[in-house]
Design a protein around this ligand. Structure first.
Ligand SMILES: [Zn+2]
Length: 199
């Protein structure tokens, strides 16, 4: 009898370990796709991974410091506050979000203000005031909707801007998952309109 119990236990431990293994495999497959997309857009390598204190997932070119992680949490907190006012309930957990921190392609904007932005292909912005010769400078950019992911530039100061960019990119993702019509109307800034979208 005792022996039998032990066998059962061993089997269940194996089953659990196998399940965990499968989950880890599945996660890394999705993450691999995300990382490839982030690499394609920024040309950067994202060798560091961590979670924010509230549980958002962060890939970065350099190890993200606690100020950066707290600023991300603050941005998501602001996003979820405005999301609640609109009674949106989808994708309102910190862990729903994966944020990529890329190497900025410029540190100052045209006015000389600290503005670590990333250069991305102009696409629909070609020929608009944003077009800087085939590319535009962006504070952030949505990478994927399932799971929710976006990329922002690494900041060494003015961390409030990180919170702001996180909130703003998050707006597109929240709208995509809660109000597709409104999302479609506000996703493309080349047709005008900016942030904040949600008041
Ligand atoms: Zn936007």
């Amino acid at each position: 009898m005792k022996k039998h119990n032990l066998l059962l236990q061993t089997v269940s431990i194996f089953a659990f370990a196998f399940l965990l293994f499968r989950i880890t495999q599945a996660q890394s497959r999705v993450d691999k796709i995300l990382i490839n997309e982030a690499m394609r857009i920024t040309g950067d390598e994202f060798s560091s991974f961590t979670n924010t204190p509230k549980g958002a997932r962060v890939y970065s070119v350099n190890k993200a410091n606690s100020k950066m992680l707290d600023a991300i949490d603050q941005g998501l907190k602001d996003l979820f506050a405005v999301t609640a006012r609109h009674n949106y309930t989808n994708r309102t957990k910190y862990s729903d979000y994966t944020i990529f921190i890329a190497k900025p392609d410029r540190l100052k904007d045209f006015e000389g203000k600290y503005s670590p932005d990333i250069a991305v292909g102009a696409a629909q912005y070609a020929g608009t005031i944003y077009d800087k010769g085939g590319y535009i400078y962006a504070a952030g950019m949505v990478l994927a909707f399932n799971p929710c992911a976006f990329v922002i530039g690494e900041h060494t100061k003015n961390l409030e801007r990180v919170s702001e960019v996180v909130r703003y990119e998050g707006e597109h993702l929240i709208l995509y998952h809660n109000d597709r019509k409104f999302y479609n109307k506000t996703a493309d800034h080349s047709k005008g309109g900016g942030h904040p979208i949600l008041q």
